[in-house]
Structures are given as C-alpha cells and as structure tokens.
Ligand binder design. Sequence first.
Ligand code: SF4
Length: 337
Amino acid sequence: MGWCSILKMFDFEEERVKQEIAKLGAKRVLIQLPEGLKSEGPRLAKIVEKAGALPIISADPCYGACDLATAEAESLGADLIIHYGHAKLLKYEKVPTVYIEARATLSVTEALEKALPLMDGWRKIGLATTVQHVQTIDEAKEILIRAGKTVMIGDSGRLNYPGQVIGCDYSNVKSIANDVEGFLFIGGGRFHALGLALSTSKPTVVADPYEKRAYSIGEETEKILKQRWASIQEAQKAKTFAVLVGLKPGQIRLEEALNIREKLEKSGKDAYLFAVREVTPEKIMNFLTVDAYVNTACPRISLDAPSKFSKPMLTLNEALVVIGELSWKEICKRGFF
Ligand code: SF4
C-alpha cells in the first residue's frame, strides 16, 4: 500500500481527534498505530499539535487493542492515548483513550459480486468482517439477499459490532455456525478468514475490497490444519514446556496459564511460566532446554508459528490435546483458540 492510497482508503476522523483533544483538555498525546498505518504517524502528529497538544508517536509494534500503550503513556506523562485501527477491547483504561477505528472507505460491491459464484450451492450464509468494514455489512447483506440467499449475522454480545471478528474472538461467527452452510468474510489479509474457518469448521469465502477479488480459504485452512496436527504430535514427544504469559494489557491470561501448567505437570511434563511482551523467535529460542511452547497470549503467534519458530507453539486447546483431555476431532469442532 502506498502512502497516498492509505490516506484515501481509511477514515482517520481528523475533526473528531481535534474535538476530543479540546474536550479533554489534553496536553500530551501518545499516538498508537498498527503497522499498516504507521506511515500516517507524522501527519497525524501535526493534527494533534495544531489542536494544542504535544504529540508522541509510539514506534513499537501494535497488533490489536489488546496492546494499549498504557504503561508507556504513564511513563511519558501523556494524558491521552489516541489508538488507531482497532475497536475498544479493554473494559477500563488507566489513561483516557480515544479509539479511531480507521474504517475503510472502499466499496465492497465488486468483491462481493465476484464472491457469489463461489457460494453457488449455499442457501444460508453467515456474514463476518473486521471493524474496518462493519459499515458495509448491511449493503453486503442486501446484495446476498438479492442473489436469493438467506443471511445471518452473529451477535454474541461480546464484541463491539454484530458480525465483527477479531483474531482472538470469533464468538459472533461461532454463535451462528450451526445454522449456516458457509461464511462470507469481508476484509483483507488471510489471518481473520483463516481464524474464522478454523473456529467454525465451515467453508469460508473471502471478499477482499482492497484487491477487489474473492477466493475460498479452504485449501489454506487444510494446510494450517496439517501444520497444527504436526505441531501437536511433535509436542507429544516433548519433555519440557514453557507456558507463555503475554504482558500486553489485553493478553494477560495468568489463570489459564497456571491451569495448563498444572495439567502439563500432572501428565508428567516439566512446565515453566514465561512472561513475555513480544513473542519473537529471538526472545524465546535462547531457552535451549525448552522443547515446546504453550501460547496463552495472542493466537496469531501460533497461527504464524511454523514459518517463524523451530519448536511447537501450541494454543491452549492444542495443549489439551497433548495431555489427552481433548481429541483432535473435538478441537476441530470447538476451535483452536
Ligand atoms: S490478542 Fe492478538 S488477536 Fe487478540 S486483539 Fe490482540 S493482537 Fe488481535
């Protein structure tokens, strides 16, 4: 994505930013952007400055609203965080925070028209998307209804919008998975569509408004399933496990980590708790005596793992398969995250 295209493709809500700064009387603002929007940082900083506050751009990686830079804001004396690209996730923020969801301004029509032939035999379709495209979901529903489909949009009450998915919460789609023949996902990239397919075990078609194309994610899902099974098998032979506890505010799952550690030990494994902010190969692979990892932080780490980590990086549910508490069949039904 080029600089100009990013600017045109997303709504950065500049006016609202100025109003919020004035309303809160903010004097020092920490700007947090996901990787794909980072290039906008300096331009957005100028807007903050013109609104009368000192802008500080966080250059650290940010993959979700789980990663709100509260501690950083506190140590910098910032009185406001402007977090771009994600919907609110944490119940309470220690530092006042404004979420700018960066909704895409693109039309979904062309990609949707291309998706229709891929869903030929389906009568009942579940619709899902990320926060960037939730405003298009009604239009997408209309297009599908006109094509003779019955459309369902899941709402578990846990996420901000009906039909929305985030990488660690597919409850909206799971809530309707038994009632539909397949899912249509609106969005770019493959991560959320794969997560959706793995969480629901339903055929999934992607309508990508950025590239104006549509495709089925079935083949890739099969490939990931094979990789996950291989990781579980390798971990079954492992003696020493590290249970990773994420340190980002929305990723801390200490109770689950303690619980799985205890279960691993009871099944005869050695298990240690590792606290980590950014799970990268450089950070964790120096622990040479560890044979396998259980990741309680962000599911994306496990999904991307085979290409990055040389040792198994299991999700919590996969670790339950290793100790014999869940079967492969059950995990396919229940979901991997
Ligand atoms: S934990 Fe991972 S998937 Fe969940 S919001 Fe954070 S970055 Fe996204």
